[in-house]
Design a protein around this ligand. Structure first.
Ligand code: SF4
Length: 106
């Protein structure tokens, strides 16, 4: 996509921000920063019209995440620690165990 209005896009010089990332992969700071840049962008109206006309459904455009299927990050997988023992019962420390049972239902 390349249109004349894109020459004035406020996001163009901000290659330090992840404009094409999924929402779940963004930090809150990145999302707030991109929203603020779009809010002050001189071509916000043209950008909003373009992403709607082109049915863009990914990345960050016109101040919002465009992925309708994106979700917030799910909670972390709980980790439990189990004692790691030799056959004779001597302790070798602890072994991490992930509780994956609850993920299937999520
Ligand atoms: S509104 Fe946002 S995504 Fe669109 S051109 Fe401006 S800065 Fe870039």
């Amino acid at each position: 996509m390349s249109s004349p209005w894109q020459a004035s896009a406020a996001c163009a010089p901000r290659l330090d921000l992840p404009w094409t990332a999924d929402r779940a992969d963004l930090t809150e700071w990145q999302a707030i920063s991109m929203t603020a840049i779009c809010d002050a962008c001189p071509v916000l109206t043209a950008c909003t019209s373009a992403v709607a006309a082109l049915d863009i459904t990914g990345g960050w455009w016109a101040g919002t995440d465009r992925d309708p299927l994106a979700t917030e990050p799910t909670s972390l997988v709980p980790i439990t620690w189990r004692p790691l023992l030799t056959r004779t019962g001597r302790s070798l420390g602890a072994q991490a165990a992930l509780d994956l049972d609850g993920l299937a239902a999520a």
